[in-house]
Design a protein around this ligand. Structure first.
Ligand SMILES: Cc1ncc(COP(=O)(O)O)c(C=O)c1O
Length: 394
């Protein structure tokens, strides 16, 4: 009696089972997988956040498919602060980036149509796509190690040959996670130009997920896709990461690209958004204030990420078996460790023998064993001790 799209295998995987058993037995755990910013010891301006939710204007209902203008203006202001020209009229508020994806998939895809996603990447897309009857097709990201001859050519890059090969008549969009989770790399200007030319030639959309955009470790700030004009573009972001407020359920979607395409996309999105009107009034009214919170939050996150990375490098320098990949931004470090067993077996052994929880690379579809992912927003003492125990395993 159920739809086939809900025929998911819901049995917990071996690592989740081992983790549940570890916790149930009350054993100590150094958790290097934390991603919930509200549980990482960051300081929030509690009264500013709570006061923002008490705006008396929330007592009246002013439905607007795009969301309240005051909130959309604040979001446009966030982009203006990055020198990106975005009109409040092209912004749609949603309860989460995940919901924004569903609007995009519903706007672009008929059942069975395809969307390209990067690999490795965050394992969020499979369920989102299943629920919207979209087929995901992976395009690889390749990692190039540092080479003295080509200093600027190292790190993660989109495999454009594979990406183009993956395009079929059913392809409707290419997801770009900017910066990607967990590889932490940004799309470079030359890559954005190439994506624009491929997507406009094939009449498919760029779907840019920028939830980690502000967490760049290098000085020069990467450009957003929000003001991209070179191809049909949807840009998604929200306050879960930008201001560290995932519980507030406030995100957005921006339509951009060639003007005629954009006005058609906006008209269609308006119907979808009007059908749900999903973001509640108190949160919409609080968005300008929540966006203000980003400055203090991002400062804390970036300094923790830097300190954890420095500690990781200090410990890596003292051994020879493991290394880390380049991190340009985001909240994760990818470790390269000896591939003596599957990443899942390794993560289970690290848990049971060292009391350390890390994500195995296969969770993010790394193409081979020997990759572990650690969260750089882990509180520093836990991070340092956890990395120490992890490295002592090899
Ligand atoms: C790359 C990426 N996109 C989207 C999301 C989900 O964001 P939201 O809480 O706005 O749905 C996450 C969550 O970790 C993420 O890593």
């Amino acid at each position: 009696m159920f739809a086939k799209r809900t025929n998911w295998n819901l049995t917990p995987n071996r690592l989740s089972q081992a983790l549940a058993a570890h916790r149930a037995a009350g054993k100590p755990l150094l958790d290097l997988t934390v991603s919930n910013p509200t549980e990482c010891g960051f300081e929030y301006d509690r009264s500013a956040i709570l006061n923002a939710l008490g705006n008396p204007a929330a007592l009246s209902y002013e439905p607007n498919p795009r969301g309240l203008e005051s909130a959309r203006r604040a979001v446009a202001g966030y982009y203006a602060g990055r020198n990106e020209d975005v009109s409040a009229e092209d912004i749609f508020l949603t309860t989460s980036t995940s919901e924004a994806y569903s609007y995009v998939f519903r706007t672009l895809c008929d059942p069975g149509d395809e969307v390209l996603i990067p690999s490795p990447s965050y394992p969020l897309f499979d369920f989102l796509a299943d629920i919207q009857d979209v087929s995901l097709v992976r395009y690889p990201l390749d990692y190039f190690t540092r080479d003295r001859e080509a200093v600027n050519d190292h790190g993660w890059q989109i495999d454009f040959h594979a990406l183009e090969q993956a395009i079929t008549p059913r392809t409707r969009g290419v997801i770009v996670v900017h910066p990607n989770n967990p590889t932490g790399h940004f799309a470079k200007q030359a890559e954005i130009a190439k994506l624009n030319s491929i997507c406009s030639a094939h009449q498919i959309a760029i779907i840019a997920d920028e939830v980690f955009l502000d967490f760049a470790l290098e000085e020069n700030r990467p450009a957003s896709f929000a003001a991209n004009r070179g191809a049909p573009t949807f840009t998604l972001s929200g306050l879960s990461k930008i201001s560290g407020l995932p519980q507030m359920k406030a995100a957005w979607l921006i339509a951009g690209g060639p003007p005629q395409w954009k006005s058609e996309a906006v008209a269609r999105l308006e119907v979808i958004a009007d059908t749900y009107l999903s973001v509640n009034a108190p949160v919409q009214l609080a968005i300008p204030s929540f966006l203000e919170q980003r400055h203090a939050f991002q400062e804390q996150v970036i300094s923790r990420v830097r300190r954890n990375l420095a500690e990781l490098d200090r410990q890596l320098a003292a051994q020879k078996t493991s290394s880390r990949l380049i991190v340009e931004g985001g909240w994760c470090a990818v470790l390269r460790v000896p591939a003596t067993r599957s990443d899942e077996d390794l993560a289970i052994e690290l848990l049971t023998t060292q009391g350390v929880s890390v994500h195995p690379g296969h969770f993010y579809e790394f193409p081979a064993d020997g990759y572990l992912v650690a969260s750089l927003i882990t509180p520093e003492r836990t991070f340092s001790e956890g990395i120490g125990r992890l490295l002592s395993f090899f």
